[in-house]
Design a protein around this ligand. Structure first.
Ligand code: HCA
Ligand code: CU
Length: 380
C-alpha cells in the first residue's frame, strides 16, 4: 500500500457539495493550503462548467504550485480543448459506462465511448499534458466492457485509468476484486474514487491500494456530491497506521487541521465531532481504565500519535467513569501536592457528584482544590 499518490478534489468534487461556493480568492487559498500540505495533484472544476470556472483554472494553473494541477472534463473533444487551453498540467476525462448512465444520462454506446476516448487521449497527449481516462459508475458497469475500454486506452499510452464508485455502492471486497483484475490488464497507473453513501469510502480506498491502485481521490472533510467521498484526513489516519514513515515523510501532517478549518469555514460547516484526527474528541480518553493506561503509555489505547498531526491528547477526568490515576494527573497539572490516599479520597467525592449531574472541568477542579485546601488548613 506504499507509494500512493493523492488527487485532491476539494476544488472539483468538493464544489459539488451542497453548501459549496468558492470564489476565486477562496479557491486560491485552498489550493495553496493543499499544496503546503503536500498533496500530489489538485483537481479543478471543468472549464466547461462556467466562464468563471474556466478563469479560475487558468489562475490556479499559473500559481506555480509544487502540486500538479488537473481539470476534470467530459470525454469529448470540445471539453478536452478547453481543458488544455487553461494551462493545467493534466486532464482527467470521465464518461459513464454503466447501463444506467448509458441509457438515462448521455445515451452513447460502448463503441462510441471507445472511439471518442481514443481521439481525446491522443489529442491531450499531443499537447504535452497528462491524461487520465475514467469510467463513471464503474461498479455497475459490465466488466467485459470496462476491461475492453481500459485496455484499449492503456495501449495508446493513457497515463492513468480511473475507477469510480459514483453511487457509493461498492464493498471493500468488490473494490479489491475489480482493481486486482484491472491491475492484471493495464500497465498504466490506476486511480480510484469512492463515494461515501454507505460509509465505506476510506475502507474502499485502502482496499484499492492493497489491490494495486496507485492514486486515491480525496476531498477535505470528504465534501462532495451527496455525502461526499474519501476524506483527506481520514485517508491520512488510515495510511499512517499502515506506513508511518511514508506518510510522515511525504505529507506535512501538522497542516491538516488548518486545511480542514479553512474548508469548513468556506462551506459553513463544523468539523464533525467524530472526524478522524481532528474531531474535538479524537484523542480524548475518558474511562478510568483507559486513562490509567494512557497515562502510563499512550500506545495502549492510541493507534495514532496525535503529535504526528500537531494535535494533543486529553485525559478526561470530570465524570463518573473517571479513576484516581486521572485525578492524580489532574492534581499534578494544578500543582497540588497530594498523597495517593488523598487522591483516592477526592476521587470518591468527584464520582459521587458526577453521579448526580454532569460535571464541568471547573467543577471537578474546584472539588480537588477545596479538598487540597482543607488538607493544608487542617495542618495549620
Ligand atoms: C460525478 C463524477 C465523478 C467522477 C469520478 C472520476 C464520479 O458523478 O460527479 O472522475 O473518476 O463520482 O463518478 O465524481
Ligand atoms: Cu464523484
Amino acid at each position: 500500500v506504499s507509494n500512493f499518490k493523492i488527487i485532491e478534489s476539494t476544488l472539483r468534487e468538493g464544489e459539488q457539495f451542497a453548501n459549496a461556493f468558492f470564489d476565486t480568492e477562496t479557491k486560491i487559498k485552498i489550493a495553496k493550503a493543499l499544496d503546503d500540505f503536500g498533496v500530489d495533484y489538485i483537481e479543478l472544476t471543468s472549464p466547461a462548467a462556467s466562464e468563471q470556472s474556466r478563469k479560475d483554472c487558468e489562475a490556479i494553473a499559473k500559481l506555480g504550485l509544487r502540486a500538479k494541477t488537473l481539470t476534470h472534463v467530459r470525454c469529448n473533444m470540445s471539453d478536452a480543448k478547453l481543458a488544455v487551453e487553461t494551462g493545467v498540467d493534466g486532464v482527467d476525462v470521465v464518461i459513464g459506462t454503466s447501463s444506467h448512465l448509458m441509457e438515462h444520462s448521455h445515451g452513447k454506446d460502448m463503441t462510441y465511448i471507445k472511439n471518442t476516448a481514443i481521439e481525446v487521449i491522443e489529442y491531450v497527449k499531443s499537447q504535452g499534458k497528462e491524461i487520465r481516462f475514467s469510467s463513471e459508475d464503474s461498479f455497475r458497469s459490465n466488466l467485459v466492457d470496462l476491461l475492453t475500454i481500459y485496455s484499449a486506452v492503456d495501449k495508446i499510452g493513457v497515463n492513468r485509468v480511473g475507477v469510480a464508485d459514483t453511487v457509493g455502492c461498492a464493498t471493500p471486497r468488490q473494490v479489491y476484486d475489480l482493481v486486482r483484475t484491472l491491475r492484471g490488464v493495464v500497465s498504466c497507473d490506476i486511480e480510484t474514487h469512492f463515494h461515501n453513501d454507505t460509509g465505506c469510502a476510506i475502507a474502499n480506498a485502502y482496499c484499492a491500494l492493497e489491490a494495486g491502485a496507485t492514486h486515491i481521490d480525496t476531498s477535505v472533510i470528504g465534501i462532495g456530491e451527496r455525502n461526499g467521498i474519501t476524506p483527506l484526513g481520514g485517508l491520512m489516519a488510515r495510511m499512517i497506521v499502515a506506513d508511518r514513515d511514508y506518510v510522515k515523510g511525504k505529507y506535512n501532517l501538522s497542516k491538516l487541521k488548518e486545511v480542514e478549518d479553512l474548508v469548513a469555514e468556506a462551506v459553513e460547516i463544523n468539523v464533525p465531532f467524530n472526524n478522524p484526527i481532528t474531531g474535538f474528541c479524537a484523542f480524548t480518553h475518558k474511562a478510568g481504565i483507559h486513562a490509567k493506561a494512557i497515562l502510563n503509555n499512550p500506545s495502549t489505547y492510541e493507534i495514532i500519535n496525535p503529535m504526528d498531526f500537531g494535535m494533543s491528547r486529553y485525559v478526561h477526568f470530570a465524570s463518573r467513569l473517571t479513576g484516581w490515576n486521572a485525578i492524580k494527573s489532574r492534581a499534578e497539572q494544578l500543582s497540588l501536592n497530594m498523597t495517593d490516599e488523598q487522591i483516592k479520597a477526592v476521587t470518591v467525592k468527584i464520582k459521587a457528584l458526577a453521579d448526580v449531574r454532569p460535571l464541568a472541568i471547573d467543577d471537578a477542579d474546584s472539588i480537588i482544590r477545596t479538598f487540597h485546601y482543607n488538607l493544608t488548613a487542617d495542618k495549620e
